[in-house]
Design a protein around this ligand. Sequence first.
Ligand code: ADP
Ligand code: ASP
Ligand code: MG
Length: 452
Amino acid sequence: MKFGGTSVADPPAVRRIRGLIRDRLGKRPAIVVSALSGVTDALYRLCEMCMNGSEREITELVSSIRDRHMNMVHELISAPEYSLPAEEDVEKICGELELLSLSACHLGELSDRTKAKIISCGEYLSSRIIHRYLNAERIRTAFADARKMIITDDEILKGNPDMDAICSSVPATLREAGEDCDAVITQGFVSSDSHGHATVLGRGGSDYTASMIGMAINAEEIEIWTDVDGVHTSDPRKVKGTRSLSHISFEEAAEMAHFGAKVLHPSTIEPAIRKNIPIKVLNSMKPEASGTTILQDSYAISSGAKSISCKENIIVINIFSTKMINTFGFLNKVFEIFGKYHVPVDLISTSEANVSITLENNGKLDEIVRELSGFAEIRVENDKAQISVIGKEVTNIKGMFRKIFGSLLDYKIYMISQGASGINISFVIDRNKLHEIMNILHKELFENEGSN
Ligand code: ADP
Ligand code: ASP
Ligand code: MG
């Protein structure tokens, strides 16, 4: 069971998840928690302050984080045998947080390792408090450190997991932690390299932690508890009238997440596919709703458009050259440069005279453009967004392209691409038209349709 930031945001939210956990105690759940909603953002701000802020600002921010967690302890736990250790946990973690950030500020240097330690504190705070709270509520829960289980390479801020190491360390750590307990709680997002030094999985990584733990213990299912009742036909925060999808395939979910649906971290599906474990996306504020089940493609999965994902901030790089632009050698040279800077390319379209590539900015743009300029003329467009229509066999369905682009005749469409998997049609638009287009398209594709 994984609980995201909004599912543990405040004392009422944590009381709600207590009931959900209690209902599943017969299955000895492994519980993964995120930081309280907004805390990881605050920790990233703290990292910026280490470089550009003052000691006073750092102390104030740490103090507000400490207060929020102390208040949670006081509101949730009354018995001193549980509340006092919880207070000590908060004090200790916030003390370390303050020390780390003030040291970085003094030195004027924040290493990736220190940053990983700072941004991991949110998950340690929430998991320690919820662990004490569940025990105070007579739910016998053990505490396990995710750094002993989720082993990555040395990409400190976006570690690539070592699945073999994880498959052996997770069962052993959970067993050791929770021999005579009914549940074990651990942190999402945090990880370590093979020497035990802190790494993290990247923003939104707690979903990924949950699916890796599910894979390693051969779980019956992986439950992702969040603030929406499943995967919807589009992001309900951006589009009116979305509805929850009852079943989607692993491939559809992976593609939706990869193309921007924040409801799942893009890598969440892969560990579940390895062991064919269904993932359920459920709403912790509305647990009676059936949510979405993500499973192997089968008769239960219908063909057709299921969802519209988007990436709000993409960059289009147009590469012009008079020489052999469409040849293998030329494209290889281009991809080598993107590979060198670890920048994944999203869409690519080629024509006689140019190659266009979309990517999300990861801060390496200047270096990439400099290298490309060595052998081609480059034009960068920053004001674009990308939309993807996703669903089984969507590229093969007669009339689908007409339906999508016929409804958007009044708008500029820049690059159209269909994934090799046949389950996505993606295109680029002007960013200032994103919300308008998402709503028009959603109406066109999903209004007046029966449920999936
Ligand atoms: P958590 O903190 O539980 O991990 P997130 O904020 O990371 O939650 O993800 C949930 C959010 O994902 C929703 O509130 C919604 O705005 C967004 N979202 C984006 N695309 C979709 C989609 N297709 N279906 C449902 N939610 C989506
Ligand atoms: N707390 C981390 C983040 O906000 C991880 C997560 O919530 O999944 O990115
Ligand atoms: Mg999330």
